[in-house]
Design a protein around this ligand. Structure first.
Ligand code: K7E
Ligand code: CUA
Length: 765
């Protein structure tokens, strides 16, 4: 295997130099032939040409999709619908070491509830941070409906940095929604419960003791974290508060939250009562909550909140007295509330109504100012008459759920769950413009930046609940189906079906790809979960192992194709902590780290320092290795954890060699080194002949390459010394090591060369 790899490398070196540029053979098949062979229509080809992103080219938009019950986030490109990453959020994610190394465990464990580990989440709504109501591409938030939690992902490295637990709810569906400058992230409770932790009240006391609410999490943009000490909630009636949206433009400072089951019905079919679904949809209207969050924040700052479970809660009584909370009846079991890009109108879709209702913020404000209310709800909250708040109602179809906006003024798209359609309509004039069928039973839909003040139009994604007949069958549990629709013309056109093999992605947001500027490496020694220097980091040459009592602490490094240290010796029962720093600077040179049977894994990207910890509770021999195929000698990137039994004494002090070497072997090895150096020299000649310094990625690769080559001097001295003593084994092996450094240098050099050739490097001499 080793020999084969070496040959491959040599072949690559030659090919990469362009010495053997073979002519490319073109297929004789024409487009017509392919259409015939694959049974494709003109329409298919048109759709394909709108989604195909040629190799090496990139997508225009990046989508961040909820991963539903997987507790993750799915990142994909639009229009290609190519999946780029899963981000571990509420659930361990082994590839990224999320939940398997200490730094990420610390984040995951922030999501413990009352000390209990929760290792999944039911994610629903991602939200991208906004500046002036526009997506700014800096942060991403997502909620967990099942366990009331919210997570923060930093879009500089696409890693989860924080999880907060809602201190007063037991579920949380109506999040995450951001205010126009990401001052707050909004989440609404769904299923009413007593707000005090661990308090029991029987369902018979539902109306008195159970409560809903809305939490406003303060976001500290500088720290990139939510600040629980500056966050607060509003106590609300037990109405099953659902989705929210923040006002923008003229409605900035206000937020809007739907509710369903405002009947406050408590089921109990076991006791002969009609079931929840009947009792929760009996009335023709539920309540839209209209809240002045700016004023609420001021009231909390003025000390008008009450502490519940250590958290500031503005009680209903106060909110009513201070005039910051109002209700508007809305038909019927509504789901989404979506503020128009200009902030003037709010579109509400009632699941059991064929209409969408368009409310006017101006009319709502006029009613509030005039003190014109039709009634009070049972808790004393003023209710504005629907007719006093409505702009218009439009009959769209069966089961309207969610609405998104186009870049063209007054144009909206609404999902129709029961009809399995998307309706395109004009909300200013109240006119339906077009409909398209989707497959099947659409929930959310999403247009490019379509919930911001500046939607980009172009594409729409339908998030369908059922896939039924769209894909090759994979058993009773079907994949999810995202369908891409072209909305750049008057008629919508279905372009592509994308199966998602993860949980149910309720919502997805998409941002112009050019707004994202993720890093390719960390500053050496970074704890990526805190963005601070990791105290376990060491530089090359500083690696060491400390042992104090039964605690062993290893400070190691990784660089192609070597793990330092190569052996870790501990006594059974020792507590072992291993810090590893990836010394690479080149892009994409991630190393992984795994130890047999101890359930640890780390992904260590360039510059990162990661810590794994475990108790060496079983004596024995445990290989450890790098889990990313990082170099030709990746498989040799290995070592042994030796867990010695109690009282063990060494009896054999030298190892028996597995192979023997002669002077001929040494000479052959030397020749290989000379040949490879010629390859390196020619690559270096090319790189230095162009403006490589204008390419930071290439500069990083060149730095790494010279790091590798820089190690040759010491090793060469050892080889020469051994050869002088006719110690052919050591002379051969040290020379082999020189060749290893050369191969890594050449590998990087060739990659740099390819990059320069493909990115328009210019001759400088
Ligand atoms: Cu409609 Cu959780 Cu937003 Cu599902 S939600 S669809
Ligand atoms: Cu490092 Cu494989």
């Amino acid at each position: 295997m080793k020999k084969h790899l070496k040959q491959t490398v040599s072949t690559l070196l030659v090919a990469g130099l362009g010495l053997a540029a073979a002519g490319t053979a073109f297929s004789a098949e024409s487009l017509q032939d392919v259409m015939k062979r694959r049974n494709l229509s003109q329409q298919d080809l048109l759709a394909a040409s709108k989604t195909y992103v040629p190799t090496g080219k990139r997508d225009e938009f990046m989508a961040f999709s909820s991963g539903g019950q997987s507790g993750q986030i799915i990142v994909y490109g639009i229009p290609s619908m190519r999946i780029l990453k899963y981000i571990g959020v509420f659930t361990p994610e082994p590839w990224q070491g999320y939940g398997f190394d200490e730094e990420s465990k610390a984040v995951l464990r922030q999501g413990n509830i009352d000390g209990k580990e929760i290792n999944w989440g039911d994610t629903h709504h991602p939200a991208i941070s906004e500046t002036d109501g526009k997506y700014d591409g800096q942060f991403l938030f997502i909620n967990d409906k099942a366990n009331p939690r919210l997570a923060v992902v930093d879009l500089r490295d696409f890693e989860t940095k924080q999880i907060v637990v809602n201190p007063i709810y037991k579920s949380e569906h109506g999040g995450a929604f951001v205010t126009p400058n990401t001052e707050y992230v909004i989440e609404a409770a769904q299923y009413a419960t007593p707000l005090e932790n661990k308090k029991f009240y029987p369902l018979e006391e539902f109306n008195e003791k159970y409560r809903g609410g809305i939490t406003y999490w303060k976001f500290d943009r500088k720290e990139g974290r939510l600040d629980p000490t500056k966050s607060f909630s509003l106590e609300l009636p037990p109405y099953s508060q659902d989705l929210s949206d923040a006002g923008k433009g003229p409605s900035d400072g206000w937020s809007f939250t739907n509710s369903f089951c405002s009947e406050r019905y408590v089921g109990g079919i076991e006791k002969g009562r009609p079931p929840y679904e009947a009792g929760c949809s009996a009335k023709d209207t539920d309540y839209l909550h209209v809240i002045n969050w700016k004023k609420a924040a001021e009231l909390v700052a003025a000390g008008k909140a009450r502490k519940i479970n250590g958290h500031d809660v503005l009680m209903m009584e106060t909110a009513i007295k201070e005039g910051i909370l109002f209700l508007v009846p809305e038909p019927k079991s509504p789901h989404g509330v979506d503020v128009t890009p200009d902030g003037k109108l709010l579109v509400v879709a009632g699941k059991l109504d064929t209409h969408v209702s368009v409310f006017s913020f101006e009319k709502i404000m006029a009613a509030i100012k005039a003190g014109k209310f039709e009634s009070k709800d049972p808790y004393g909250i003023p209710v504005i008459a629907m007719k006093d708040a409505l702009h218009t109602q439009v009959a769209l179809g069966l089961g309207p759920l969610h609405t998104q906006y186009d870049s063209k003024p007054c144009i909206a798209y609404t999902s129709l769950y029961v009809d399995s359609q998307v309706a395109k309509w004009n909300y200013c004039e109240g006119k339906v413009l077009d409909k398209i069928s989707v497959h099947y039973n659409i929930g959310h839909l999403m247009t490019m930046e379509g919930d911001s003040v500046d939607p980009k139009g172009r594409y729409l994604v339908a998030l369908n609940k059922l896939a039924i007949d769209r894909f090759n069958p994979v058993g009773p549990l079907h994949p999810q189906n995202h369908q891409l629709i072209d909305i750049s013309n008057d008629k919508m056109q279905l372009l592509y079906d994308m199966p998602i093999p993860l949980g149910e992605p309720h919502y997805v947001v998409a941002i112009e790809a050019s707004k994202l500027k993720p890093a390719v490496r960390y500053k050496v020694g970074t704890n990526s979960r805190t963005d601070k220097p990791n105290p376990g980091a060491v530089r090359a040459g500083e690696e060491h192992t400390d042992k104090k009592g039964n605690k062993v602490e290893v400070f190691g490094t990784l660089i192609r194709s070597h793990i330092t240290p190569e052996t870790i010796e501990v006594d059974v029962g020792d507590e072992v902590t291993i810090h590893l720093t990836n010394l690479e600077r080149a892009q994409d040179e991630t190393h992984g780290f795994a130890i047999s049977t101890y359930n640890v894994h780390a992904s260590i990207e360039p510059g990162k320092t990661v810590t794994v910890k475990f108790k060496a509770d079983k004596e024995g021999v445990y290989p450890y290795y790098c889990t990313e195929f990082c170099s030709a000698l990746h498989l040799e990137m290995q070592g042994y954890l030796l867990v010695k039994p109690k009282g063990w004494k060494a009896s054999k002090t030298t190892a028996t060699a597995g192979a023997t070497y002669t002077e001929t072997d040494y000479k052959a090895q030397l020749k290989k080194v000379v040949d490879t150096q010629a390859v390196i020299d020619s690559v270096v000649a090319y790189i230095t002949s162009v403006n490589y310094k204008d390419f930071p990625d290439v500069v990083a690769m060149v730095d790494d390459a010279f790091d590798q080559l820089g190690k040759v001097k010491d090793v060469k001295a050892k080889a020469d010394e051994a050869a002088a003593k006719k110690d052919w084994a050591n002379a051969t092996l040290w020379t082999e090591q020189i060749w290893q450094y050369q191969v890594k240098t050449a590998d990087l050099g060739l990659r740099a060369k390819t990059y320069l050739e493909q990115n328009g490097a210019k001759k400088v001499k």
